[in-house]
Design a protein around this ligand. Structure first.
Ligand code: CP3
Length: 362
């Protein structure tokens, strides 16, 4: 048991819960596991030949996400191949704008394409009516996964954070810096705030339904938090995420939430203090000693191997893995990457990584 007050509160709470052996859930209750559990962001995807074959069976990427047979199989592929400790349901953060009524599509080479949201009129066309019905396939996928997963594998549900989802909704595509979205956030904060509020409500409805369908852990991806300046980062990333965590905790106190505010730098310290938060996912640039001292007394940590080292494999990768384990492995840690697996990653390197982590005794 750790000496920190918040951690003690959380372990007291966990003693009242049904005992579980799933290592990811133990870590998120503040326990240290040796070796630590491991899962990887974007663990299902194009770097796997079996994924590419499966992907060929659906016409578009959204059809793939909403086809329970294909999405369940895509989720299970990396679990079977590597014996990971967590299974993240196969889907995408952009199903939320789609279910709100925005046009979303995915192109082979250029990624997601959305009809850009530019005005109050565009916002008024979006609606929560029928929102959950349009996501029914996701809940079906979770129910099947909960039934089919190995007993020790935690089922992870997810959503994009309001700021990151809004970035795609306003910009209409992936791009460097998301200047249009930032421009709206800085210059039209009332309009942008209404979009963020809508996304908070949509995300809460979506994540609540994921829990009801069997998700045991939730991760919120704020992949573009680092695009914002300090005050805006607090306003458009930290604040809406704090609201989401508080309301989830009020209804589902036992379901742990992990946040990934990529690029938040020292503001990670403020995320670590969000009441009720179980875990923080670290990007690769955060200093590990700082994270161990400033963040880990408050929350379990997840991360933070540079995805490029997984592409390289070998000694360079193993050296960094040992550094992460040596520093963060003294407290509650879920091993992961600092961002998603790159498509050019050799699957053998993932096996090598899982063996290294599972073979560690600290
Ligand atoms: O294995 C898993 O992690 C589960 C599935 C998952 C996908 N996307 C599948 C996907 C998850 C958790 C996501 C999250 C996601 N989607 C994020 C947040 C995490 C991050 O990487 O920052 C973001 C920003 C998106 C938006 C998105 N989806 C983009 C920008 C793209 C195109 C670029 C790319 O990486 O391909 C996607 C498409 C996408 N989502 C693919 C996959 C496997 C590839 C498309 C395909 O297979 O045709």
């Amino acid at each position: 048991m750790r000496e920190n007050g918040g951690a003690l509160d959380r372990s007291d709470e966990s003693e009242r819960m049904i005992p579980t052996t799933k290592p990811i859930l133990r870590v998120l209750r503040g326990e240290r596991c040796s070796p630590p559990p491991i899962w990887l962001m974007r663990q299902a995807g194009r770097y796997l030949p079996e994924y590419r074959e499966l992907r060929g069976k659906a016409s578009g990427f959204l059809d793939f996400c909403f086809n329970p047979d294909l999405a369940v199989e895509a989720t299970l592929q990396p679990i079977r191949r590597f014996g990971l400790d967590g299974a993240i349901m196969f889907s995408d953060i952009l199903v939320v704008p789609h279910a709100l009524g925005q046009k979303v599509s995915f192109r082979e080479s250029s990624g997601p394409q959305l009809e850009p949201l530019q005005s109050a009129e565009d916002l008024a066309r979006l609606s929560l009516a029928g929102f959950k019905d349009r996501l029914a396939a996701v809940f079906e996928i979770l129910m099947r996964l909960r039934r089919d997963l190995p007993a020790a594998t935690a089922l992870i549900g997810f959503a994009g954070a309001p700021w990151t989802v809004a970035s795609y909704m306003v910009e209409g595509r992936s791009c460097d810096g998301f200047a249009k979205a930032k421009r709206m956030a800085y210059a039209e904060p009332a309009l942008f705030g209404r979009l963020i509020d809508l996304l908070v409500e949509a995300t809460l409805a979506y994540l609540g339904a994921q829990i009801e369908a069997g998700a045991e852990v939730l991760q919120l991806f704020d992949s573009w938090a680092g695009n914002l300046a300090e005050a805006e980062l607090r306003r458009w990333s930290l604040e809406p995420l704090s609201r989401i965590v508080a309301r989830l905790k009020a209804t589902y106190p036992d379901v742990p939430v992990i946040l990934f505010p990529r690029g938040a730098g020292p503001l990670y310290g403020e995320f670590a203090r969000i009441p009720g938060l179980a875990g923080l996912s670290l990007d690769s640039s955060l200093p590990l000693d700082w994270a161990a001292g400033e963040l880990q007394p408050h929350v379990a940590l997840q991360g933070n191997l540079d995805p490029l080292l997984l592409v390289l494999g070998g000694d360079a990768m193993r050296r960094e893995v040992r550094r992460i384990l040596g520093t963060l492995g003294r407290g509650p840690l879920i091993f992961n990457l600092g961002h998603g697996i790159l498509p050019e990653t050799p699957p053998e390197h993932v096996s090598e990584l899982v063996e290294t982590v599972h073979g560690w005794r600290g």
